[in-house]
Design a protein around this ligand. Structure first.
Ligand SMILES: Cc1ncc(COP(=O)(O)O)c(C=O)c1O
Length: 440
C-alpha cells in the first residue's frame, strides 16, 4: 500500500469504499473488546496470590524492630517495608514514608498539605495565592492532570520529547512564580513508555524556578516495569542530582506496588528530604495513626529484596511483552502508509499512538461503534483536550491475546477510515464527548 497522502481523490474514494465494506463486516461480528484499561490481566494477578499466605495465623506478626503489626503505630511504616520501598525509589529508608494502598493518595496529600499549610520553606498556603499553575508534560497521565485541575490549578501543557519533557518549555514556564510544580513519570512514562535521559534529569534538577516552593512530583510508578528485563532502562537518581546542588527539597518521589502485586491492595511510598518528610509527617499525624502494617508485613515477606522484585517483574514482563508486540505488529503498516506514528515503549503499561491531526475522536468513535473501547480522546492532555486531536492511549495488558489481535486489527481499520475521510474530506466529524473516562 502506498502512502495515503500520495493517493489521488478517486483512489481515496474507492479505498474508502473498500474500508467501509470491511468495517461493516467487522460490525456484524458484534465485538465487545476493551483496550482502555491499564490494568494487569488475571495471569499477572495470579503471580501474587502467594502474598495472601505470606503471613497467616501461625506467622510471627512482629516487624523487624519488634513492633506488633496488629496494633497501632509506625506512622511512616515498618522498617522492612520502608527498606523495600526505599530500594524501589533508590533512596535511604529514613527518607521514605510508606503509605496505604495508593500512591495517588500520597500525591493528593502533598497537594492538600501545600494548599492548606504551605511548604516548609514558604508557609503561605497555596490556597491563599491568587493562582497556582502546574506543568503537565503531554502526553501524560490523566489522573495527574485531573488531580491538579480539581485543586483549581491552571494546567500548563509542555510537550514530551523522546528524552522527557521539553526542557526549553519547562525553563520558560518556571519563570512564572505562580508555577508551583511539574508532574513527571520519569521511567517507562505513561503513556509513551519512555525514560527520561540523564541530561533531562540533570536539567530538571538544575531548574531555577521563580516560585521558591516549586516541587517536582516524580511519580516513578513504573520503575521496575521493563518489557525486556534483560535490557532495562536506567534512570538518573534525581535526589542525588538535587543533593549535589543543595536543592534536595525540590522533589517528592512516589511509587507503589500497584502493578507489582495487586492494584488497589498494594503498598505505596513517598520519598523526600528530611525537611520535607518532617513537614509531611507533621501534617499526616492529624490524618491517621498509621497505615495498614499487616499489608506492609506481607509485602515485605513476599518481596524481601530487590532481587525478588526483579524476578517477580520478569514473570510480569513475560506475560505482557507478547501483547505489546501484537499491537505493535498490527500498527506497523500504518507507519508505511504515513497515517500514524507511535513510540515503541520499553516498559510501562501503554502505547501512545498519534494519528493524523483531527482524527483521534473519529477513530475512537468508529472503534466504539464496532465494539472496541479505547480511552477517550484527549485524556492524555490537560482538561481532557488534545488541541490537535491526534493522540490515542492504547492499553494492551488487560485483554487476552486473541482478543487483542482482533481489537488491534479493528483499531487499524478505523485509523485507515478516519485518515481516508480526512484526506478525501468525505465525512464531517461527528462531535464526540470528551471526558476523563476510564482512568487507570
Ligand atoms: C503514572 C501512574 N501513577 C500512579 C498510578 C496509580 O498508582 P496507585 O495505584 O499507587 O495510586 C498509575 C496507574 O495507572 C499510573 O499510571
Amino acid at each position: 500500500m502506498s502512502r495515503y497522502s500520495e493517493l489521488e481523490s478517486g483512489q481515496l474514494a474507492s479505498l474508502l469504499d473498500e474500508l467501509m465494506e470491511e468495517y461493516r463486516a467487522a460490525k456484524e461480528r458484534k465485538l465487545n473488546l476493551n483496550m482502555s484499561r491499564g490494568v494487569p490481566e488475571k495471569a499477572q494477578l495470579d503471580l501474587s496470590t502467594r502474598l495472601l499466605t505470606a503471613i497467616n495465623a501461625a506467622s510471627s506478626l512482629s516487624a523487624e524492630d519488634g513492633m506488633d503489626c496488629r496494633n497501632y503505630g509506625a506512622l511512616d511504616g515498618i522498617p522492612e517495608a520502608r527498606r523495600l520501598m526505599a530500594q524501589m525509589l533508590e533512596l535511604e529508608p529514613e527518607q521514605v514514608f510508606v503509605g496505604g494502598n495508593a500512591s495517588l493518595s500520597l500525591m493528593h496529600d502533598c497537594l492538600t498539605f501545600a494548599f492548606l499549610h504551605g511548604l516548609p520553606e514558604s508557609p503561605k498556603p497555596w490556597a491563599k495565592e491568587e493562582k497556582i499553575k502546574f506543568i503537565c508534560p503531554v502526553p501524560g497521565y490523566d489522573r495527574h492532570f485531573a488531580m491538579t485541575e480539581h485543586f483549581g490549578c491552571e494546567l500548563i501543557a509542555v510537550p514530551m520529547t523522546l528524552e522527557g519533557p521539553d526542557i526549553g518549555a519547562v525553563t520558560e514556564a518556571v519563570k512564572d512564580p505562580a508555577v508551583k510544580g511539574i508532574w513527571c513519570v520519569p521511567k517507562y512514562s505513561n503513556p509513551q513508555g519512555i525514560t527520561y535521559s540523564d541530561a533531562v534529569v540533570r536539567a530538571l534538577a538544575a531548574l531555577s524556578p521563580a516560585a521558591p516552593d516549586f516541587r517536582i512530583f516524580w511519580d516513578n510508578a513504573y520503575t521496575v516495569h521493563a518489557l525486556d528485563m534483560d535490557h532495562q532502562d536506567s534512570l538518573l537518581n534525581i535526589m542525588t542530582a538535587l543533593e549535589k546542588l543543595g536543592k534536595q527539597d525540590r522533589v517528592f518521589m512516589f511509587t507503589s506496588t500497584s502493578k507489582v502485586t495487586f492494584p488497589g491492595a498494594g503498598i505505596s511510598a513517598v520519598g523526600m528530604s528530611k525537611a520535607n518528610l518532617d513537614w509531611f509527617k507533621g501534617h499526616k499525624f492529624y490524618q491517621t495513626i498509621g497505615n495498614d502494617k499487616i499489608n506492609q508485613l506481607r509485602h515485605a515477606r513476599f518481596l524481601p529484596d530487590m532481587d525478588s522484585v526483579m524476578n517477580h517483574m520478569r514473570k510480569h514482563a513475560d506475560i505482557v511483552r507478547p501483547k505489546f508486540q501484537a499491537v505493535l505488529d498490527a500498527l506497523a503498516p500504518l507507519g508505511e502508509e504515513g497515517i500514524a506514528q507511535w513510540d515503541v515503549p520499553r516498559g510501562g503499561y501503554f502505547i501512545s499512538l498519534n494519528v493524523m491531526p483531527g482524527c483521534a475522536k473519529r477513530v475512537i468513535q468508529l472503534c466504539r461503534e464496532a465494539g472496541v473501547t479505547l480511552t477517550p480522546a484527549g485524556s492524555t492532555h490537560p482538561y481532557g483536550i488534545d488541541p490537535e486531536d491526534k493522540n490515542i492511549r492504547i492499553a494492551p495488558t488487560s485483554p487476552p491475546i486473541e482478543e487483542l489481535h482482533q481489537a488491534a486489527d479493528l483499531l487499524c481499520l478505523c485509523v485507515r477510515i478516519a485518515s481516508a475521510e480526512k484526506l478525501g474530506g468525505a465525512a464531517a466529524l461527528a462531535p464526540a464527548q470528551v471526558a476523563y473516562g476510564d482512568r487507570n
